[in-house]
Design a protein around this ligand. Structure first.
Ligand SMILES: [Zn+2]
Length: 345
């Protein structure tokens, strides 16, 4: 068996786990909350804590760690193994700061991936996409990301950016998206978008059980309020009318976006994951129902829509599996290079 450390490095939390990459079993896991305003040193400390806890949990004493992989919410340069840009992380973490810190803490080299690429791989290898060569997966959280698997491989596109489903335009000239564009799906159906809509209504005077968490609602400050998916789930369970209305609106937009994907791509399977899908079943059910109502009759009849099977840990498992696989390639590649050199001389 191969034990690989997988890490999901996001703007608000770090998840780490030691994964048996032959079975997908998560042997240990650790979770740490982070905030960009605490600075890069504090974030790297939390990263080291998470790694230590995951390694201790897996009983590293008698276990050999083969490799490490990290999925980061940002743009990654695979050739240089570096983070190029990440809107929710301090600039000091760009470049090789994160893989270097992991290598120091875990004692093995760490490969960097985009977080959605890692999460999609987790679902493809050991989650809802296992044994299914063709599917589209969509992760709904702070933003909306996606991935396309075709013939058992991730479809990369011409510039390795295929699957940016969160930036499909669903309202020309509409709401400002985090990418700077207007009217993109992410600005209507992500958790941050739903929270922003709730705050705007609270600001106008509407009552909500979430008021206890945010006494002074300001929609411009939506990224910094402590309303995560779990708080939304609790508000729905408590029957909070405002939360339910805004989540239903978000689900309506997500359903419209997914219906467009069904019409354009005709996938047999859509896997929905991410914090909001995982926490609020109503959101998942509503969005799926809209797809079945709105997509064209023929492609919608056979499309299956399911939840991600690995929940919060798709990214941890995926980063571990990809790193284990890439490291094997690396070893094979360097062995070939040596062999070529020897035969040449
Ligand atoms: Zn966008």
């Amino acid at each position: 068996m191969a034990s690989v450390l997988g890490i999901d490095f996001g703007g608000t939390k770090i998840l780490a786990g030691v994964v048996d990459t032959e079975t997908g079993e998560i042997l240990s896991h650790a979770k740490k909350r982070t905030r960009a305003e605490h600075g890069h040193e504090a974030i790297l400390d939390r990263l080291r804590d998470a790694i230590q806890e995951a390694l201790d949990g897996a009983g590293r004493g008698g276990r050999h760690l083969d490799a490490a992989g990290v999925g980061i919410a940002g743009q990654v340069d695979a050739t240089e193994n570096q983070l190029v840009r990440a809107p929710n992380l301090p600039v000091e973490l760009f470049g090789s700061a994160v893989p270097d810190a992991i290598r120091q803490a875990a004692g093995v080299p760490a490969t960097v991936y985009n977080d959605v690429v890692a999460a999609a791989a987790g679902e493809a290898f050991f989650g809802a996409g296992k044994g299914r060569p063709d599917f589209v997966c969509v992760f709904v959280g702070t933003g909306i990301g996606g991935g396309i698997y075709h013939n058992g491989e991730r479809y990369e596109g011409a510039t390795n950016t295929a699957g940016e489903l969160g930036h499909m335009t669903i309202d020309v000239g509409g709401r400002l998206c985090g990418c700077g564009g207007l009217g993109h799906l992410e600005a209507y159906a992500s958790r941050s978008a739903v929270v922003r809509s709730i705050l705007a209504q609270m600001h106008l005077g509407r009552a909500s059980s979430l008021s206890a968490l945010v006494p002074d609602p300001d929609p411009a400050n939506a990224g910094n309020v402590p309303i995560r998916s779990k708080a939304l789930k609790e508000a729905v369970e408590a029957g909070d009318a405002l939360t339910i209305e805004m989540l239903d609106e978000g689900a309506r937009y997500l359903g419209a976006g997914l219906a467009s994907i069904v019409n354009f791509y005709n996938p047999p399977l859509i896997i929905l994951g991410g914090g909001l899908i995982d926490a609020v079943d109503r959101f998942f059910q509503r969005a799926s129902a809209y797809v079945k109502e709105e997509a064209l009759q023929v492609p919608r009849a056979d499309v299956q829509i399911v939840k991600a099977a690995l929940g919060d840990y798709s990214g941890v498992v995926g980063a571990a599996v990809l790193a284990g696989r890439d490291q094997r390639f690396e070893k094979a590649a360097s062995a070939t290079a040596l062999w070529v050199k020897e035969t040449e001389t």
